[in-house]
Design a protein around this ligand. Structure first.
Ligand code: HDD
Length: 712
């Protein structure tokens, strides 16, 4: 490691430092006050506001024509004209962060000799980019969609990329179908509608005719399609990879990331509203959590199958539309992924990061999964279009280990190799660089026999058994959400052929689901089941299987509604209790500015926002302190009443004390108001209810509104 990198590394606190962060310091510029502007060729610029022009010299100064000879003006405009690069053809909208990966011990060494998976003394730097799939760069974060979960591990043996999603299966089995799938889900070609949505004829037409999509469609239409936060999603490598151990044995493997905070979603009504109210909701949430020290964390797990058991299952383990049920192939947790540093510049890091499924390191390999093999071509190719052939030299993409070979030239080459030799073997045969004798990437010697054919294996023909397994495993309210989501989408399809065709697909999964959706969207209601539902359920499919061990409000956003005359002593006590449990509190008042407390209770607070400046959808819970005057003022404000009714409707906790309880019952008219604590005494609020858990995920205390039951 260079001394420059060493010294840059020291500049970081241990919480955020990784070798990659230090490596990036080589390219980070931090302008200081009164630094000079220069051109790109380094010449100081004294005026960047006026183009060089002819100034008339008649009576008074007047503007004459601008002069093309102004090389400074031209450079500024030319550089601007070329600022955009092609956005990703899918997953265009995303947000990313730096962090690290660590394994607990060497238990995975029975599967792999890759040190990143086995050496517990190592901390491997990572860069993780989350994304939506359908929408363009400027689309809203909370669209119903799959979320990308792409992890770049900067290992000492080279970069390893897991380019995964928040859903463990995929829409298609064979990479050759990807362009059709993407054309179908993207906005329609004649009018470029809709943006950031799959609710249109072409998508449902395609998936209706392509039953291999059935399983994945169930996941996307479930609550998984509208996560509360990137930090509350699972990540999956999706494809089947392989691990090679030092005895030369090979295992098939699936990769999983399990969020520490549990798996949580928005409600559809929230997601729709947030799309307009704060389209950057998820990217802000990621940064807010990291900046508040609530570092997003995932446990990393693997599922492995020894090579000789490949054909032991009633599904093909290389089929990406199938999962490996945990009952058959248990998860082994071997490490953790932590994100602890926001990016410094969006374009150079988040936009220019280039993931390739083909980037693996010794000890990790591919399988014959036909989706993965196609992906291994596609990603490298797409990066050349987006970023140029030297994309791996860009700071965010370059490995932390040495890179040296005889690849040369191409657009935007940065590295300068000082050598007369750019081929192998060479007459001098003196090295610089030679093939590695040890530690090189070794392909597994796989025995193959078969007939060259455009076809798919027999087990690739069955499409509904895992879709049924997923559906059966959902909690009753999750099933309702799923049926409502499909009904929403199909009601945006005008073509009767399209929505009728999808009812046939649903009827192969579950008769009652098909009937309920058909009834809603005006399709032909099936009179009998298309296929018997096998009735089996699986572990780890419902989000309810991922509750954190202890209920937590870590990083949850809590709005404290106040008006002049609130009880500050009580409010501050509750706020301290909430923030010490690591929730993030915001004061919302009638104006952004000073809010006066009731007499003798304090000196007042400064509101972070006013009632019209935010919406309830952007918070996980609300707390209203006591105070007669303040409650009277809140009661006169229609927006406040809307905040509270909406919060209640979205099944979120509402805490109220003293007069605020009566206000909720009499003015806001929330049902079940008898469940609110009579409250009022500060010690009661703080000591008994110091930790206000978010009710949707774990029933809280009696100052929290009851959670309405989901009913069909
Ligand atoms: Fe893909 C991007 C995930 C199938 C071709 N894909 C992309 C990204 C993610 C995934 C997370 C964004 C990476 C980033 O943040 O830059 N893709 C998946 C998963 C798949 C999958 C989990 C199924 C298992 N993808 C898939 C297939 C193909 C592609 C079958 C082509 C044959 N994907 C691409 C791409 C993208 C991409 C066109 C667009 C931008 C990019 O690669 O860098 O090459």
């Amino acid at each position: 490691m260079s001394s420059l990198v060493e010294s840059a590394k020291k500049a970081f606190t241990s919480a955020t430092a990784t070798e990659k962060v230090a490596d990036l310091q080589r390219d980070i510029q931090t302008p200081q006050a009164r630094d000079h502007l220069t051109t790109d060729h380094g010449v100081k610029v004294s005026d960047t506001d006026n183009w060089l022009k002819v100034i008339g010299t008649g009576p008074g100064k007047y503007n004459g024509p601008m002069l093309l000879e102004d090389q400074i003006g031209r450079e500024k405009i030319h550089r601007f004209d070329h600022e955009r690069i092609p956005e990703r053809v899918v997953h265009a909208r995303g947000a990313a962060a730096h962090g690290y990966f660590k394994v607990y011990d060497d238990r995975a060494s029975k599967y792999s000799y890759a040190p990143v998976l086995t050496d517990s003394l190592r901390t491997t730097p990572v860069f993780v980019r989350f994304s939506t799939v359908q929408g363009p760069r400027g689309s809203a974060d909370t669209a119903r969609d799959v979320r990308g979960f792409a992890v770049k591990f900067y290992t000492e043996e080279g970069n390893w990329d897991i380019v995964g999603n928040d859903i463990p299966v995929f829409f298609i089995q064979d990479a050759i179908k990807f362009p059709d799938f993407v054309h179908a889900v993207k906005p329609e070609p004649q009018n470029e509608v809709p943006t950031g949505q799959s609710a249109h004829n072409n998508f449902w037409d395609f998936v209706g005719l392509q039953p291999e999509s059935a399983h994945m469609v169930m996941w996307v239409m479930s609550d998984r399609g509208i996560p509360r936060s990137f930090r509350m999603m699972q990540g999956f490598g999706v494809n089947t990879y392989t691990l090679l151990n030092d005895r030369g044995e090979r295992h098939f493997v699936k990769f999983h990331f399990i969020p520490e905070l549990g798996v949580h979603s928005l409600l559809w009504d929230e997601a729709l509203k947030i799309s307009g109210q704060d389209p950057d909701f998820h990217r802000k949430d990621l940064n807010e959590a990291i900046e508040n020290g609530a570092y997003p964390r995932w446990r990393f797990a693997i599922q492995t199958i020894p090579e000789d058991r490949e054909h032991d299952f009633d599904f093909d383990i290389l089929d990406a539309t199938k999962l490996w049920p945990e009952e058959l192939v248990p998860l082994e947790e071997i490490g953790e992924l932590v994100l602890n540093r926001v990016v410094d510049e969006f374009f150079t890091e988040t936009e220019q990061v280039a993931f390739c499924t083909s980037h693996v390191v010794p000890g990790i390999g591919f399988s014959d999964d036909p989706l993965l093999q196609g992906r291994n071509f596609s990603y490298f190719d797409t990066q050349i279009t987006r970023l140029g052939v030297n994309f791996q030299e860009l700071p965010i993409n370059r490995p932390i280990c040495p890179v040296l070979n005889h690849n040369r030239d191409g657009k935007a080459r940065h590295r300068i190799v000082k050598s007369s030799i750019n081929y192998w073997p060479n007459r001098k045969n003196i090295g610089m660089p030679v093939p590695a004798e040890k530690g090189g990437y070794i392909e597994y010697a796989q025995r193959l026999e078969g007939i060259k054919e455009r076809a798919r294996g027999d087990k690739f023909q069955e499409h509904f058994s895992h879709a049924q397994l997923f559906f059966n495993s959902l909690a009753p309210y999750e099933k309702i959400h799923l049926a409502n989501a499909i009904s929403f989408e199909l009601s945006h399809c005008e073509d009767r052929v399209v929505y009728n065709s999808y009812i046939d697909v649903l009827n192969n999964i579950d008769f009652s689901l098909a009937k309920s959706v058909a009834g809603k969207v005006g399709a032909d209601v099936p009179s009998q089941s298309g296929r018997r539902n096998h009735g089996k359920k699986g572990k780890g499919l419902s989000q309810t299987d991922f509750m954190p061990k202890e209920p937590t409000i870590l990083s949850r956003r809590i709005a404290i509604l106040v008006a002049d005359g609130f009880n500050e002593v009580e409010m501050q006590a509750v706020r301290v209790a909430l923030t010490s449990a690591k929730a993030v509190c915001y004061i919302i008042g009638p104006r952004r500015g000073h809010i006066h407390p009731s007499q003798d209770t304090g000196s007042g607070v400064s509101a972070d926002h006013h009632f019209e400046g935010q919406r309830s959808t952007l918070f996980d819970a609300i707390y209203i302190p006591s105070g007669a005057e303040h409650v009277k003022a809140l009661a006169k404000n229609g927006r406040v009443i809307h905040w509270l009714r909406e919060t209640f409707g979205h099944c979120k906790p509402i805490a109220a004390v003293g007069e605020a309880v009566d206000f909720l019952r009499d003015v806001v008219q929330l049902p079940k108001v008898d469940l609110f604590a009579p409250g009022g005494r500060n010690d009661q609020v703080v000591s008994s209810y110091g930790v206000v858990s978010t009710g949707r995920y774990s029933a809280g205390s009696s100052i929290i509104a009851d959670i309405p039951k989901f009913e069909a």
